[in-house]
Write a protein that binds this ligand. Structure first.
Ligand code: HEC
Length: 178
């Protein structure tokens, strides 16, 4: 009788232990504890975040730049345009319209050239200022332009190019500042 009682107690203790073990295994299965390689959590900081953006260099007004412009340098720089543009009088369209006489020409006006809607809608003539803005960033000046040229960031180089473009005419317009 006595040993029967002991067996009952031992059985109950064993059962309780098994139950506790089982619950702990199930608990681990439900709540996983990912192991952290480095304790704490990472705070992403961009390397340049602490440096102030360099102030954009002041760009001299176009007439000032045109006064210092060099046609020969502009012609050399315009080689970047020649893949898509003819500079010859009566030149044919390439990927872009011919540029002979472009200064003061109405925008998007070469007959037969298929301009973008943005260019057709732009309006006005190609003034020195508009050329400067367009060459700086074609996309920003004419939204949806077909001219896939990233832009010329050097302000003096743009003035050189404009000086050269302005010579492509039977009667070149007066260059401001010259
Ligand atoms: C990858 C080819 C490509 C390059 C390079 C390129 N252009 Fe163009 N350009 C075009 C195309 C295409 C158009 C027509 C844009 C439109 O319809 O939106 C255009 C239009 C123009 C126009 C407007 C002409 C008009 O009849 O209204 C000017 C001005 C111009 N380009 C100047 C330049 C200059 C200056 C350069 C070099 C600094 C240059 N382009 C480089 C393809 C190019």
């Amino acid at each position: 009788m006595f040993s029967f009682e002991v067996n009952k107690i031992a059985g109950a203790v064993l059962g309780a232990l098994l139950l506790a073990m089982g619950l702990s295994v199930i608990g681990d299965m439900i709540f996983s504890h990912p192991h952290l390689e480095t304790p704490g959590f990472a705070v992403a900081v961009a390397p340049e975040a602490h440096q102030a953006a360099p102030a954009a260099a002041a760009v001299a007004p176009l007439p000032e730049r045109l006064a210092k412009a060099d046609v020969a340098k502009g012609q050399a720089a315009a080689k970047a345009c020649a893949a898509c543009h003819s500079f010859d009088k009566g030149g044919a369209a390439k990927a872009g319209p011919p540029l002979y006489g472009v200064v003061d020409r109405p925008k998007g006006s070469v007959a037969g050239f298929s301009y973008s809607d943005g260019m057709k809608a732009k309006g006005g003539e190609w003034t020195f200022d508009d050329l400067d803005h367009f060459i700086t960033s074609p996309k920003s000046f004419v939204s949806g332009t077909k001219m896939s040229f990233a832009g010329e960031a050097d302000p003096q180089k743009r003035a050189d190019i404009i000086d050269y473009l302005h010579t492509l005419s039977d009667a070149p317009a007066a260059l401001p500042g010259k």
